[in-house]
Design a binder for this molecule. Sequence first.
Ligand code: HEM
Length: 364
Amino acid sequence: MACHGGGLINFTILCSGGWVRPITVVRLPPLVTITIGCPNGSSETPMPASPNEPAPPSGAGLYLDYYNSSYSNYACPNAESIVREVVEKAIAYQGRGIGAGLIRLHFHDCFVEGCDGSVLLNTTASGNNDTEREGAPNKNSLRGFDVIDQAKAALESACPSAVSCADILAFAARDAAARNLSSGKINYTIPAGRWDGRESFANQTGTLPGPFSNLDTLVAKFAAQRLNRTDLVLLSAAHSIGRARCIFISSRPGMNQTLVKDLNGECQSNPSVNQDYKTPDDLDSQYYQNVVDNDALFDSDAALTNSTDTNALVDTYRTNLMNKWEKDFGEAMVKMGKINTKTKGDKGVEIRNQCWTYNAPPNY
Ligand code: HEM
């Protein structure tokens, strides 16, 4: 954290991770510099926005219907339906929140070292257990690991060593979004063929944007993954489902004060709240209306109105003619699922036997 000058100073913690609430400090002597720790892995300087449109992730080596094709190592024609069944059962028994958890798990996998299942590991080939799961954005927050483990167990009985954990996660997120949380309105196919990584480090989770990130940081963090401003606006609407901890709720002055009062009340007895108080269980475009009405929970959600182009996109998807958002969201999920994927033949990859740990040699 850096401050400058004396007197009444309003400054922001420069943890670009955006996981720490900006604070206001009153009256410090001139030229004092205070350094505080940032959450694991976040750097201490704001990230500049990229002026250029990033080239999209290539997804080379991924194919539609992969496990039913000659591209896969070993065929597993029912791979996708097996995952779907497990996800549907999980949502039926545990509720729709677990579907929200799966969508977020896939996002957090892809943004840290690519979509390689590294977020699922709690022990790695190099012997560390300070994995991504322990990183500040993930710890005590991510959910859905049990569903992935169940899907993996079912797949290992049906077709041993064939289906990667990274693909299971991509399918599970798709199934949660498509058939379940949007009642079929979101409907997309996703190419597969990802192989699993064997490494995962908590201190690399600083690539994830945080709830206090500003628009420049959000855009830069998406661009670093080759996603553009439209993808940012499209994918942020995943905040129309699931829960958020009270510690992350914005304290921006413009926020709807009736909602703030309600949230404060709820946070007295509960550590988390629904992200979308209007249609909390539906993955839908209500998110954009909430952003426009200043009902969005995070600074990062509200920040989408802070530039002409992102604001125009918010407006387009708020109107959502002919379910445009549902279609475009599916495409953005496919794009996200291609970030830095590892495929057959790449160095240090495998098809894991269990999703929470790498395969010990000699299986490797
Ligand atoms: C744009 C930057 C983003 C930021 C700053 C952000 C931040 C957050 C935070 C802080 C939470 C609450 C976590 C907690 O309380 O422990 C959350 C929840 C969630 N996020 Fe994001 N997120 C972003 C983008 C995304 C994207 C791209 C997706 C998926 C495509 C996503 C899906 C979700 C879901 C579904 C939840 C609810 C999870 C649950 O209920 O278990 N988010 N997000």
